[in-house]
Design a protein. Sequence first.
Length: 216
Amino acid sequence: MFYDLVKRLIDIAGAAILSVLFLPIWVIIPILLKIDSKGPIFYKPDRVGKNGQVFGMYKFRSMKMFEINGKVVHAVEFWKHNPELYEKYKKAGWKLELDEDPRITKLGKILRQTSIDETPQVINVLKGEMSLVGPRAYVEPELEDAKKRYGSKITKLIKESLSAKPGITGPWQVSGRNEIPWNQRVAIDADYAKRRSILYDIYIILKTPFAMISKW
């Protein structure tokens, strides 16, 4: 109870501060997005939150829009028409290197490398759907695929990781990001959910800026 209360207070205060600090980014990025490629400024994919509750997660769009059968759609629809690449994406732990992912825009590569595309998630934090620090916000298909791929052990880890709100940052993001295999990522998230430590949250927050610039 004490942990949940303190964590929520930190989330509200931190999100308010970040909203002010990110203001220049929120003015500049939409302009650059419109110059770089066609499409909306924000993307709001469905993610699995605490206790399996699905919510829309705010992000700056980092992917191209595609025209399929005369209809302009987000890059998520791209997989339906490129099954071989989709299988490669799944087998690689639900990721592709930025340079080999045809969905990502030029600006999107920079936004993803620096995690700037995730800054609008402070809205989710203020709404109580996310926390400043927490496990990764997973998509339902990758969770279902992981259960089939890894079996009962991973199912237990997934359940443990979903006992906490997903975070803008988290333990795996500051420990190697996408270089960490999928099954190890969820194990790290599950360990975080069990810790319930404000000091550990503060440590992750302090380490996050260095992780954001580590690609540069």
